[in-house]
Every structure is written in C-alpha cells, then in structure tokens.
Design a protein around this ligand. Sequence first.
Ligand SMILES: NC(=O)c1ccc[n+]([C@@H]2O[C@H](COP(=O)([O-])OP(=O)(O)OC[C@H]3O[C@@H](n4cnc5c(N)ncnc54)[C@H](OP(=O)(O)O)[C@@H]3O)[C@@H](O)[C@H]2O)c1
Length: 285
Amino acid sequence: MEKKKILERFLFPSVKVKQSDLSKAMAGKTVLITGASYGIGECVASGLAREGTTLLLVARTEEKLLALAQGLGQTGAIIHTFSADLRKEEEINALFEYMRLHSLEKPDILISNAGKSIHRFVYDALDRFHDFKRTMALNYDAPVQLMLKLIPALEERKGQIINISAINVLLAPAPGWAAYQASKTAFDQWFRCVSPELKARGIACSSLYFPLVRTRMMAPTAAYQEMPAMQPEQAAQIIFRTIIKRSRIYSPWWIFPAQVFSVLFRAPWEYLITANLKKKNAKGH
Ligand SMILES: NC(=O)c1ccc[n+]([C@@H]2O[C@H](COP(=O)([O-])OP(=O)(O)OC[C@H]3O[C@@H](n4cnc5c(N)ncnc54)[C@H](OP(=O)(O)O)[C@@H]3O)[C@@H](O)[C@H]2O)c1
C-alpha cells in the first residue's frame, strides 16, 4: 500500500456509523445544512437523506443544489434547496423568509458548514483588504447571524448545532493563513462562549475540528496535494456520529500532543518559520 494511504489510515482511523442508529436519530428531523453543494456538505446531505427527514440545503450554486436534490429524490426525504450568498445579510434574511413560508422555521439540527479558505501571504495581500472582509463575512458573520435567529427554535426542539471548524484554530498560527485562521478562530471562540448558555437550555453544541479534508477547498494549495488528508465521506461519518451521540467535540486523536507542542515550542517554531521565509526572500521567491 502507498505510504500516504498508510499514514492516512493511521492519522484518520475510519469511523462508520450504523445506518439503523442514524435513521433512529434522524426520524422526523429537519436539518439545515449550509455549504451543501460541494465537499463535506454534499456528502453529509447525501448520507442524511432518508424517509422521514427534511433537509434544507443552502449554498450559492443553485444548479448543483438542484442536481443534488434530484439525485436524492428516491431516498424518501423531503429536500428543499435555497441558493444564497451567506456573506450577504439580506440573502440570509431571504433564507429565513423562505423557511417561514415553507414551515421550516424550526429546524432540529443546524450544520454550519459553509466556509471559505484563502492562503495568501500578507505581502501579497497589501491591497486586498476584501480577502479579510469576505472570509470574516462567511466564516464568522454568517453563522452568528444564522444562530441568533435560530436559537429560540432550536431551544424549543431541544435541537443541535454542529459547527464545522478546523484543527488550525487549536494549533500555532501559520504564515499565509491569517484570513482563514482568524475568521475560523473568531467563530470558534464565539460558539464556545455561547455553548454553555445554549446547553443549559437543552441545545446540544458540537464543535468539529477537522484536519485537511480532500475537497475542492484544498485544491489551490499545491503543498497540500501530497499531504495526508481525510476523505469528505469520512468527515461525513464523523458528523453522523455527532448527530447520533450529540457529542460536544471531535478532533483527531493526535491533536492533544500537537497542541502541547504548539505551546511548548512556540518560540523555536516562530524562529524556524521566520528563518525559512528569510531564506525564500533571499532567493527571490
Ligand atoms: N477541506 C479542508 O481541508 C477543511 C479542513 C477543515 C475544515 N474545513 C471546513 O469544512 C467546511 C466545508 O468545506 P469543504 O472542505 O467541504 O469545502 P468546499 O468543498 O469548498 O465546500 C464549501 C461549501 O461552502 C459553500 N459556500 C462557499 N461560499 C459560500 C457563500 N458565500 N455563501 C454560501 N455558501 C458558500 C460552497 O458552495 P457554493 O460555492 O455553491 O456557494 C460549498 O458548498 C468549511 O467550513 C471549512 O472551513 C475544511
């Protein structure tokens, strides 16, 4: 077996939930999934669609959402799609209006998954303030706006919020990732601050810290192509397990030693990456 595959199996052991457990947990449930058109969100939508469930799939690419809904037509699930750019407050309001008109305003589960990543060094972004605004708009403002509106209904349904986060927010920051890492960390902090209040009122709050996942999101970063990554289907299984168990957290098994390393070796880590960047600058990269 290829070395990368062996490493992937070691770093991301497979999780497989029982379909009967998932069907039980999903019976009669309405689930709102943001970012359902591609990647992890698409896999989750496909795996959750079954008799007795209602899914509301949200993303910008309407034709992709419609094709997905059509493909899931045989499952017996009721599928709604709504195309919206979640960076725009008025489009989120239009989504709420759609939910009201279609009696979907009380979902049982919100899977906050839509996300945007940008890898760009700050010296390449001096004239690109919009990079920082648009990642913040999608990765922070949008889930805050969605949750503020949905919290009362989720409380009534004793529902669940699943935040799709990234291991980056738990580890030492890396150059080039300021826009993505700051926006994902901002929302992680927001969600962790409000979670005790929500749990006290019966809403399960789950933060899932995923490692690299092989979706179109990682495609533009050349360095990632040869690195071990989780498959989106595996990420979906972890989300299904989170629904069944209403568990509060997922992170890969090795995250704790990596966090300890991040804290203990902060100074040498910063020294090494700075030295590496100096070397690259000297070579004119
Ligand atoms: N891939 C990774 O390595 C990785 C690792 C850790 C965490 N995550 C997190 O996992 C989540 C899903 O990412 P993915 O890997 O599945 O990436 P993906 O394949 O690029 O999917 C992202 C989803 O978000 C939607 N989206 C993007 N911009 C949007 C906007 N302005 N309004 C509404 N929807 C929008 C996209 O749909 P449209 O383009 O149709 O709008 C798509 O459905 C993200 O929150 C990401 O931060 C990913």
